[in-house]
Design a protein around this ligand. Structure first.
Ligand SMILES: Nc1ncnc2c1ncn2[C@@H]1O[C@H](COP(=O)(O)OP(=O)(O)O)[C@@H](O)[C@H]1O
Ligand SMILES: [Mg+2]
Length: 357
């Protein structure tokens, strides 16, 4: 399962390239500024319809061109699927099996991507937003009902907040019910997911770190002993005063603790990186355990972030993972003992040209 063919047009310094990746591990090496990250960016665009490096897609499009195109042929459950995306900085055109689609979520279901790059390590450092996104990526791929509940919750929240801002408390009642109903589903799905993720995470982290009392737990965003609807009603005065909803799953977070202390206040930078890496691998492993699911891991700047011994451990882990992987580094030697991998392909990038070796 995975991308069998990838066509990239006009993504940064890549004009027009086509590659046939391995369904397991793909090593991509080349000098600085040769276009390695741009390949991963193209794959990311295919799965998420956005870049992981630039907020504006305009800067990703080759400077001499008006639009970019990424197309992929995926094998999934013994069927071939065609994905295509064209972006011109304003409009997005998505094609799945040559049929136009309006939904980014369709792409994301077809090609679940996990990205590990230098900025990923902010996961445990930055504000709760990126941890919620991380968690929801997992829930979204795990529980097919989640997206619908999440969307209805978001809509109710935004309606409620605009009524609060304009002090129209008489209409709040309807949205309170909707928010509480779908918000509770979102919370239950997250909790369920995290309880599945936890043992997988604790098993993986053991390969990299030796922590005795490591824990991961969900913060719901309200005191779940009290029904959310009741809390929304009790909070009304405060919510009206501030013009936003204080309680609900939009305030959720998850915490990693080591010896009952928050990991980010307790562990070293290097250890924090390994915690994040293990969390991401745990999500992929959990998805791989699920029948008929596939996912694709993108690892940018392999050597910049991990020392030799952890790189070897990571590669050993990936070798056994039924997953497609793309890894970049400047030197081939940075990948370590690639012979351990049964089914790998090696690509060299030079000035936007990709050659399979
Ligand atoms: N919109 C663009 N059009 C053309 N070239 C670009 C564009 N954006 C970035 N580049 C160039 O593309 C090259 C490849 O960048 P990148 O993929 O980050 O390289 P690597 O990851 O191999 O170091 C760089 O030289 C960069 O300056
Ligand atoms: Mg790069």
């Amino acid at each position: 399962m995975g991308l069998l063919k990838l066509d990239i047009y006009h993504v940064r310094n890549i004009q027009q390239q086509s590659i046939k990746p391995s369904e397991h591990i793909n090593f991509i090496f080349g000098e600085n500024a040769s276009g390695k990250s741009s390949i991963l960016e193209a794959i990311y665009i295919l799965g998420r319809a956005k870049s992981f490096r630039s907020a504006s897609i305009k800067s990703v499009i080759n400077t001499q061109q008006q639009h970019l195109v990424v197309a992929g042929q995926l094998s999934h459950q013994h069927q071939i699927q065609q994905l295509g995306i064209q972006l011109d900085g304003k409009a997005i055109e998505i094609h799945i099996n040559r049929q136009p689609s309006q939904k980014r979520a369709d792409l994301a279901y077809a090609l679940p991507l996990q990205l590990i790059h230098p900025k990923s390590y902010e996961l445990l450092d930055a504000g709760p937003q990126i941890r919620r996104e991380f968690l929801d990526w997992g829930v979204f791929n795990h529980d097919e009902h989640f997206l619908q509940a999440w969307r209805r919750f978001k809509k109710a929240l935004s309606q409620r907040n605009s009524l609060l801002k304009s002090k129209q408390s008489q209409q709040l009642n309807v949205w309170d019910k909707e928010l509480a109903y779908y918000g509770t589903i979102v919370d239950v799905s997250r909790r369920q997911y995290l309880s599945n993720l936890k043992p997988v995470f604790l098993e993986i982290i053991k390969k990299f770190l030796d922590f005795e009392y490591l824990d991961i737990s969900l913060v719901s965003g309200w005191d779940t002993e009290i029904p959310l609807l009741q809390l929304l009603e009790a909070d009304l005065d405060r919510d009206l005063r501030y013009g936003f909803t204080h309680s609900g799953p939009h305030r959720a977070d998850f915490l990693i603790t080591v010896n009952k202390q928050l990991a980010k206040d307790f562990v070293s930078r290097g250890q924090l990186k390994l915690l994040v890496l293990s969390l991401k691998l745990a999500q992929v492993q959990l998805l791989a355990n699920k029948q008929n699911a596939m996912s694709c891991i993108l690892i940018d700047d392999f050597a910049a972030e991990l020392d030799i011994s952890n790189r070897a451990k990571l590669l050993e882990f990936l070798a056994d993972l039924p997953c497609q992987v793309f890894i970049t580094a400047t030197e081939m030697a940075d990948f370590g003992s690639v012979e351990l991998i049964k089914n790998y392909r090696l690509f060299h990038v030079e000035q936007g040209n990709i050659k399979q070796l």
